[in-house]
Design a protein around this ligand. Structure first.
Ligand SMILES: [Zn+2]
Length: 405
């Protein structure tokens, strides 16, 4: 490491620490994070360096305190390179020193490092609920520090966009630490650039939500479909396999796919849209989309609750749930088989989904896939509860801004 490197990496060392830094400095830091290029960087193999920064941050994010020597081993870089990278990351307030390891040998104290988990805030929004926009402020571990809710009954189009902006304003005011970025889980089909292509319930068609909210807040913003967001949450905070499908059941049925730890977008940004896949050749109810026997007609809550309410007794109710689970299993089997998924996670009302429906889906999946390979296939409910979408939105920010998940 040369002195010039030190100087270059230290352009922010004169800045006050953390939340006490003046707005201008914070804005500069945000801009730097957004572009992932540090100010003052000279011409050099910046891409390799950026890649190495991400490796270090990811190793620290997934561990509970590592020394520089641990990092060198884990990441596969030299001690000198690690020390250089760590100095940069400490100057950027992204990494902190925790103190000396308790079992250090005398004379060779190992200082433990961690990602600055409490030093930054993430703002996350869930726009997928009926009549309610929700938002949270989290730290880098997805710990919820503050909540906002806004009744959006009847709001569509520009009014709904404005409502999302109001929730974001409130979160921004509530944040106690420099904000790393904003993540949004939106209903409908969302392109990779954060444009909501189609969200009929909100009357949104080709709404550039990401750029609208970025302009409003001055922060980096990322928008994805709510089921995709939920799938990311399950991967990072739910302990899920890195090849998973998350199925969200509510007013409709959607899914998010994570393969090799990465979200799958698909050719039309509509990967995981299994709700309007026809399951079976035996007819069924006519769907809102015009087809007959779509998965949604079996599984979406309005259809399912209507059928449960009409059931005369407990036995009939169970039969309704078993039939819905079977259709879900029929829809899942070819996807699990084709992609060799490690697990399928279901998110939605526990009182209806957990029990006979889930068991029936698992049985059907087992019966319809190759038992020796996929027989162990887990189908389970998520344990992340109602925060699953906002947690996934926080993961988008972690990944987009720091490269960690
Ligand atoms: Zn349909």
């Amino acid at each position: 490491m040369t002195t010039a490197d030190m100087t270059s990496s230290g352009t922010q060392t004169g800045a006050p620490q953390g939340a006490d830094a003046p707005d201008g400095i914070l804005a500069a830091r945000r801009t730097a994070l957004a572009s992932k290029v540090r100010p003052g960087a000279r011409v050099r193999p910046e891409h390799a360096r950026r890649h190495n920064r991400v490796l270090v941050l990811q190793a620290l994010y997934r561990a509970e305190g590592l020394s520089r020597a641990d990092l060198a081993r884990e990441v596969g870089l030299t001690r000198v390179t690690i020390s250089d990278l760590v100095a940069d990351l400490i100057a950027d307030h992204l990494v902190v020193e925790l103190g000396v390891r308790a079992d250090s040998r005398p004379g060779k104290p190992a200082t433990l490092l961690d990602i600055n988990r409490a030093g930054f805030a993430i703002l996350a929004l869930d726009l997928s609920k009926d009549a309610m926009f929700r938002g949270v402020v989290t730290d880098l571990d997805g710990i919820v520090l503050h909540r906002e809710e806004l009744d959006v009954t009847g709001l569509t189009g520009d009014d709904a966009i404005e409502a999302a902006g109001v929730v974001l304003d409130r979160l921004q005011q509530a944040a106690q630490a420099p904000v790393l970025g904003v993540g949004v889980g939106s209903p409908g089909i969302v392109a990779a650039d954060g444009t909501v292509l189609n969200a009929p319930n909100l009357g949104w068609y080709d709404v550039p939500l990401q750029s609208v909210l970025a302009q409003r807040s001055g922060l980096p913003v990322q928008v994805a479909n709510d089921a995709n967001s939920a799938a990311l949450a399950e991967r990072t905070f739910g302990g899920a396999d890195e090849n998973l499908m998350l199925v969200r059941v509510g007013r409709g049925v959607g899914a998010g796919l994570v393969i090799g730890g990465s979200l799958v977008w698909g050719a039309s940004s509509a990967a995981g849209e299994i709700g309007h896949v026809v399951v079976g050749t035996d007819g069924g109810e006519t769907c809102a989309c015009g087809k007959v026997g779509c998965l949604e007609t079996w599984l979406a809550m309005p259809h399912l609750r209507e059928r449960l309410d009409a059931a005369p007794d407990a036995e009939a109710r169970t039969a309704v749930l078993v039939a819905a689970g079977e259709r879900l299993g029929i829809a899942l089997a070819p996807v699990v088989g084709a992609l060799d998924l490690g697990e399928v996670v279901i998110s939605g009302p526990l009182d209806v989904l957990d029990g006979p429906l889930l068991a029936s889906a698992a049985d059907t999946l087992r019966a319809r896939t190759m038992a020796s390979v996929h027989g162990h296939q887990a189908v389970r409910m998520t344990e992340l509860g109602r925060d699953i979408v906002v947690l996934g939105a926080a993961v988008m920010v972690l990944t987009g801004q720091l490269g960690v998940s």
